[in-house]
Design a protein around this ligand. Structure first.
Ligand code: GLY
Ligand code: MN
Ligand code: MN
Length: 468
């Protein structure tokens, strides 16, 4: 068998180790993002040189020598594609936007790699991640102090972590100590988060491809959950089905804790899968999505445990589905972020009036008083990207390349003035939408929303392991 040409891959195959992320890195895509960041910052800097400092993060202790799974800082990964902890990106930016990028990372270490896995190491990192230079973390202080010299502004996350603030203070002091040698230390700080958020709001083609793959995996997991659901199973058994499907299809993690909420729990917006046994007659609301190569997906489906909607469940479901469609129709370039929400609320409100769940009143009155908030108390969506509630300014009108969720719901709790058939009917329908030139594309429809199609899918056999 031919050895792969890339020495990093050769080393992986020699050791039979998986890559830290499932794709080979896309150094040029990340380099392009750094080009855009440098150009934006240079434009705003009024002719002064800047330096960007971004940290990947550290492993966090769970107990004793056991750590939580490492998840890189989203901004750092967005700019580098480098997946290891204890790494820094340093960008030295000229007033004309030219930049020199250095990756600081852990050195190769045979002893540590036996225990914790392969490190890329500075020798390979430059070429692999399209950097101008790469040095060992052992030289962090001297490398950063050198980069601070004669720069006017440091661009770094502001007030994010006490340790990082303390590091920066130490480095600034070291840079200032050289002032007598004619070297100028930076005198201004700028928030990196805000500058990167502006870029992250519009996804590039590499990001959109990854997000579509993440969405497809999560949709398959929801289909499996629908097949597996039946009376007598615990919520956590369905969570296990979702997790198995995420991992089986290559996702590294969940994008957020899976919500598997049956019966009364379906009216608790963020109920985490627990030990309640599901029963015929219950609704089951699942809000779950995987993270793939650093990108989130976020899907909610709501369906009857028995596999057949009752007439009240179906009536409420159809209102939420119509509200979602109205929100989808309102999602297009140029409109305010609130347009889909406003469209959904009108349909939900009219539906609640038609079902007589809101006391006799006009649509305008119900909208005006906010009476519907008893049954619908959250917003209809949020930005989606590397973080499930992604960064980005919500005052920006929608534009092609933005990704948002569309997730109206109705949550009907038991009450004297509510007919019993509606009690504990909690419904949310959530899809992920990519804004395009004329409207939006839903990338999560690999799992159905039509109630008849859901009932049909639930008749199919679940062919996984025994769940009870
Ligand atoms: N899964 C959290 C949300 O839908 O916003
Ligand atoms: Mn969401
Ligand atoms: Mn969700």
């Amino acid at each position: 068998m031919n050895k792969p040409a890339d020495p990093f891959l050769a080393r992986l195959s020699d050791h039979d180790k998986p890559l830290p992320v499932s794709d080979p890195p896309h150094g040029n895509a990340h380099r392009g993002r750094r080009d855009r960041l440098a150009a934006d910052l240079a434009k705003a800097s009024s002719g002064e040189p800047l330096v960007v400092l971004s940290f990947s993060g550290r492993e966090i202790s769970r107990n004793r020598d056991n750590t939580f799974p490492f998840r890189f800082s989203s901004d750092f990964f967005y700019l580098t594609g480098f997946p290891e902890p204890e790494a820094w990106l340093i960008m030295e930016i000229d007033p004309d936007g030219r930049h020199r990028d250095t990756l600081v990372c852990r050195p190769r270490d045979d002893e540590r790699e036996i225990w914790d896995g392969i490190r890329v190491g500075p020798e390979l990192a430059s070429a692999r991640y399209a950097m101008d230079a790469s040095v060992s973390i052992e030289r962090l202080q001297e490398t950063i102090v050198q980069a601070l010299k004669n720069k006017s502004t440091v661009v770094t996350p502001l007030a994010s972590e006490p340790e990082l603030d303390a590091d920066l203070r130490r480095w600034m002091e070291a840079a200032r100590a050289q002032a007598r040698g004619g070297i100028q230390a930076p005198s201004r700080l700028l928030d990196l988060g805000e500058a990167v958020a502006r870029l992250r709001l519009i996804k590039d083609s590499h990001e959109l491809q990854t997000m579509s793959r993440a969405a497809a995996i999560s949709a398959q997991a929801h289909c499996q959950a629908m097949r597996a659901t039946r009376s007598g199973l615990a919520e956590f058994a369905i969570e296990a089905v979702l997790l198995a499907e995420f991992r089986r299809r290559g996702a590294q993690s969940v994008a957020y804790g899976s919500i598997v909420a049956s019966g009364p729990h379906s009216c608790i917006l963020h109920h985490r899968a627990g030990d309640r046994l599901m029963r015929d007659g219950d609704m089951l609301l699942i809000d779950a999505g995987c993270e793939l190569d650093g990108y989130a997906s976020d899907i909610t489906r709501s369906f009857p445990v028995s596999g057949r909607f009752t007439s009240q469940q179906r009536a409420a479901y159809e209102i939420v589905l119509a509200a979602q469609q109205a929100a989808v129709d309102a999602t297009r370039p140029g409109v305010a972020f609130t347009a889909p929400h406003d469209a959904a609320v009108r349909v939900l409100c009219q539906g609640l009036i038609d079902l007589q769940l809101l006391p006799d009143q006009s649509l305008d009155a119900a909208l005006e008083t906010g009476a519907y908030k008893r049954f619908y108390m959250h917003r209809t969506g949020h930005w989606l990207g590397m973080d499930v509630h992604d960064v980005g300014d919500y005052r920006t009108p929608l534009a092609p390349g933005m990704v948002l969720t569309i997730e109206p719901g109705l949550y009907i709790r038991p009450a004297q003035d509510i007919p019993e058939g509606f009690w504990n009917v909690g419904i949310r329908i959530e899809d992920d939408a990519v804004v395009n030139q004329t409207g939006c594309e839903l990338i999560t429809r690999g799992v159905p929303v039509d109630p008849d199609e859901i009932e049909t899918l639930m008749q199919e056999d679940w062919n996984g392991c025994t769940l009870d």
